[in-house]
Write a protein that binds this ligand. Structure first.
Ligand code: MTE
Length: 333
């Protein structure tokens, strides 16, 4: 399958290969039923369709039809797309904030395979097209709070995880949900070298309790800012759990397994004293090395950068508090 070469500089229209442009256009046209896979792209109707859908050659993304879900629109100012796609954590591509943008452009996302298995009656496998076609794609604007005490406000596109899990019919033994990121060292330099990858034992893994996974706020995201996800944000599909620290929102997911016991999560394996399983945003529970009482809202301070604002319990999503009524959140952080 065609893919971009890894480049040291952000991609521009000029240094994207014609092959990848061809692939993007072909996929759009194919999904619209316009043409067969071998059709020429210079025909008038195909180029019109292409520009209508506003393809973004910079990051191999394409516009994604969706409906806004008015129940989930944070009133905060939205972070700029440029910031959200250039200041990232994705250690498979390096530990620097601009490493993912610089090093992830060679990630092959089509073909893709997402498996749902474990404690389910009907194991499922979604291929690349099924990620976009199986459920209505909605836009939700969520606050996103990293454990490092910065935050953004992002218009995600996706579908609630419960729709996918319900399709697989969890058995009565299912109590947790385990997630796994793609393991492909040949395209992910951080998986080849412990130095580049921050000492993580890959693949990156995460987990939720079943009731957390089934909560209507929990989203499987396939896009942002009206388009498919760029590689650095976790293409082609990632988790978004807006009331938890960002490390729970695992990227480029290939497997979702329902389990009877609590699954491991990468940052907890690496530093159990600093990162727990629950990772609910909590201004009252400090990280051992810094306070979580405030956060830097990236891009909110005009030319000066970021404003410091108070952190809210559960990142402001107080409707989830009842999930934890029997839990000591300072112990289960
Ligand atoms: N998923 C994988 N596979 N690898 C990672 O390094 N980093 C996590 C999370 N998901 C990470 C990951 C962390 S620490 C954060 S804050 C968010 O992704 C960042 O998401 P963003 O770059 O889209 O803002």
């Amino acid at each position: 399958m065609a893919k971009l070469k890894t480049v040291d500089q952000p991609l521009t229209e000029n240094n994207v290969t014609s092959e990848s442009l061809f692939k993007n256009r072909r996929n759009i046209l194919k999904s619209m039923g316009f043409v067969g896979a071998g059709a020429l792209l210079t025909t008038p109707q195909s180029s019109t369709a292409f520009s209508l859908f506003g393809d973004d050659p910079q990051f191999q993304t394409r516009a994604l039809p969706h409906k806004k879900n008015s129940n989930y629109i944070a009133s905060d100012a939205i972070t700029s797309e440029a910031k959200a796609t250039s200041y990232n954590n994705f250690y498979e591509f390096g530990t620097g904030k601009d490493d993912p943008k610089d090093n992830a452009q060679g990630l092959t996302v089509d073909p893709w395979s997402l498996i749902v298995d474990g404690e389910v009656e009907k194991p499922l496998k979604l291929d690349y097209d099924a990620l976009y076609n199986s459920f209505d794609i909605e836009e939700r604007i969520y606050r996103f709070r990293c454990v490092e005490a910065w935050s953004m406000v992002i218009p995600w596109l996706g579908f609630p995880l419960h729709k996918l899990l319900n399709k697989a019919l969890p058995t009565s033994k299912a109590r947790y949900v385990a997630f796994e990121t793609l393991y492909r060292p040949e395209e992910m330099p951080g998986q080849k070298s412990r130095f580049v990858g921050g000492g993580i034992d890959y693949p990156y893994v995460e987990g939720l309790r079943l009731d957390e996974a089934m909560h209507p706020l929990t989203l499987m995201s396939v896009g942002l800012y009206g388009k498919t996800l760029p590689p650095q944000n976790g293409a082609p599909i990632r988790l978004v759990v807006p009331w938890k620290y960002g490390f729970k929102s695992i990227k480029s997911v290939v497997r979702i397994r329902l389990t009877s016991t609590q699954p491991a999560n990468t940052w907890n394996i690496l530093q159990p004293r600093e990162y727990g399983f629950y990772a609910n945003v909590n201004p009252k529970v400090s990280h051992p090395r810094w306070s979580q009482a405030t956060e830097r809202r990236l891009g909110s301070g005009g030319l000066l950068g970021s404003q410091r604002i108070a952190t809210q319990a559960f990142n402001g999503y107080s409707e989830v508090a009842s999930l934890y009524k029997d839990l000591d959140l300072s112990k289960y952080f």
